[in-house]
Design a protein around this ligand. Structure first.
Ligand code: SF4
Length: 575
């Protein structure tokens, strides 16, 4: 495998052998290591000294199920700390098949310009992409697939990335070529935009360069692991049937569905925006209730959501998006929310930070809560690049400042996702302490807090939450490095045969002899170096906290606050 370096100031491309110490790293483990090794933590995120690292996980392109996640790492313009944002779609598998361990993009052009990077079996070229200026991801994808072939993967920026807004994402096309999968969080799109890159086209060709030390052992372990995934009620039944939106009713029932900018834990119109309603709507309109975001995903939590006429409206329509534009903004119309999901995918912004920003603008009096038409109009402004559009496209923290609002649900300037930290306390510990800024995927305590997966930890009490978040953050760093979708955590937590098969897959691919403890220790190492980078960047323990209103204001229906002491939070990643 090789590492490629693209210098955008000189437009030079070089290839290097993988250093000994990087051989066992992939995905998040590799992006965080390279950023930590090569980027001065005090450098400006949009400046020439920041880098953007694209790395498939260690299992990308293999027979391992649901292992096609792509990691993008950089210093985040949103949080000011290290960032790894991962996405599904076909990019990771395409890069792995071409033999790329990582692509490092560094420096920046002297002038404002737009470029296209083309990666093919013949090598890498840089072309002018001025003709794509201020076009949305859907149009960019269509133009590039027409020009370079239907089979290529397109990673691209919408208008937001070109404007370097801090909620800007990088879109990755799904198997049908739609830009529905995103490295959404932390403004990775703004960094790619600062490098003068509008899109990356990847043509994987026909040959698959993925190698195995012992493919027969790998296949046996992958089969056994797939069985565990399919036998679990969440990953084998719930997700394929209803997608992540199944969580709307579950979290509402639990009193953990943040409503009206985190004023309540239940939304009176939850049923209107639930996974069950979505399922019926999709069936009626002849969409697709189940869809894989990349080949080889056996959980297939994605879907295709059609409009009233039966035409494609959006895909990859996730619980967090439905929550952000739904309960958080008191919007009850699923079609309006689907339209906003499509707009975010097209303009290239994170649906969580953008949805929370719209709610914060409502808080600031710009719109009424529940005004779906007004919210859609507001999002249109992002595509136009108007001043108000740029405010929203910079995310919730910036919007809160623009409107002078105190009630802004962010940690390290990144918006809180769809689980109230007071009534799903383990999730609150993760939001506060992960080096990534508020991020539900970094340590998904909803498992034991709400779903009864991996045991039961009472979501309303503090007991066991710090330990739960710590263990999940370590395990997630491992999964993100392997390129697994986070949802394989469900069988891993409940089926004692599952994680040993992950170790078997690692050992049979890489000719190693790691046991489970050594694999988990690698996750701990990733977290340690991410924390150390943040400290060098000036992020202190004082930023490992939730906004004060979560401590002071009890949320219904359980009437609970976020009641951890600073010392308890500081213990979480103290190792
Ligand atoms: S479960 Fe869903 S998000 Fe995860 S890889 Fe499969 S389709 Fe993508």
């Amino acid at each position: 495998m090789k590492i490629c370096r693209i210098d955008m100031s000189t437009k030079t491309i070089s290839f290097e052998e993988v250093k000994e110490e990087y051989v066992g790293l992939g995905g998040r483990g590799l992006t965080s290591r390279i950023i930590s090794d090569e980027v001065d933590a005090t450098s400006h995120p949009l400046g020439k000294n920041n880098k953007l690292v694209i790395a498939p996980g260690l299992f990308a392109g293999t027979l391992a199920p649901s292992s096609g996640r792509l990691s993008v790492g950089t210093k985040s313009p949103l949080t000011g700390g290290i960032k790894e944002s991962n996405a599904g779609g076909t990019a990771a598998q395409s890069l792995a098949k071409l033999g790329y361990k990582a692509v490092i993009i560094e420096n920046k052009p002297k002038n404002q310009e737009l470029n296209l990077i083309k990666i093919t079996p013949e090598g890498i070229t840089i072309e002018d992409a001025g003709y794509l200026k201020m076009k949305g991801n859907y149009e960019v994808g269509n133009i590039l697939r027409e020009k370079h072939g239907e089979k290529v993967t397109v990673m691209s920026l919408g208008q937001a990335g070109e404007m370097r807004l801090t909620a800007a994402s990088i879109a990755v096309t799904d198997p049908e070529g739609r830009p529905t999968r995103h490295c959404g969080r932390g403004g990775t799109g703004a960094v790619l935009g600062s490098k003068g890159i509008k899109a990356i086209v990847i043509d994987p060709g026909k040959e698959n360069k993925v190698e195995y030390h012992n493919i027969d052992n790998f296949r046996t372990a992958a089969r056994s692991f797939s069985k565990s995934v399919l036998a679990h009620p969440v990953s084998g039944q719930g997700l394929p049937a209803y997608g992540t939106a199944v969580l709307v009713n579950v979290l509402n029932e639990a009193g953990g569905l943040p409503t009206d900018n985190f004023r309540d834990g239940r939304f009176e119109f939850a049923e209107n925006i639930s996974g069950e309603t979505m399922f019926e709507t999709i069936e009626k309109r002849k969409g697709q209730t189940t869809h894989a975001c990349h080949p080889g995903c056996i959980m297939r939590c994605s879907q295709v959501y059609n409009d009233k006429k039966g035409d494609y409206l959006t895909g990859g329509f996730e619980y967090e998006t439905i929550w952000a534009f739904g309960a958080h903004c008191h919007i009850k119309d699923l079609d309006s929310i689907a339209q906003m999901d499509k707009m975010c995918d097209d303009f290239g912004v994170d649906t969580i930070d953008t949805g929370v920003a719209v709610g914060v603008a409502m808080e600031g009096g710009y719109l009424e809560f529940g005004d779906d038409k007004g919210a859609i109009k507001l999002l249109e402004e992002i595509g136009k690049g108007s001043p108000i559009g740029r405010i929203i496209g910079n995310g919730a923290a910036f919007t809160g400042q623009a409107f002078g609002t105190e009630r802004v649900p962010v940690v390290k300037r990144q918006a809180l996702p769809a689980y109230d930290p007071r009534s799903v306390k383990g999730q609150g510990v993760t939001y506060a302490t992960t080096p990534m800024g508020a991020d539900h995927t970094a340590g998904y305590a909803v498992t034991s807090n709400i779903l009864g997966v991996g045991g039961v930890v009472d979501p309303l009490k503090k007991d066991g939450q710090v330990e739960l978040s710590r263990n999940l953050q370590i395990a997630t760093a491992v999964l993100d490095s392997l390129g697994f979708c986070i949802f394989v955590a469900f069988p891993i937590l409940d089926d004692e045969t599952a994680f040993p098969e992950v170790a078997n897959m690692i050992n049979s691919k890489y000719n190693t002899n790691f046991d489970i403890n050594e694999i988990l220790a690698s996750g701990q190492e990733v977290l340690k170096l991410e924390k150390a980078f943040n400290q060098r960047a000036g992020i202190t323990k004082a930023q490992d906290r939730l906004p004060e209103f979560f401590k002071e204001e009890a949320v219904g229906p359980h009437n609970v606050t976020f009641d951890f002491t600073d010392e308890e939070l500081d213990e979480t990643l103290e190792f």
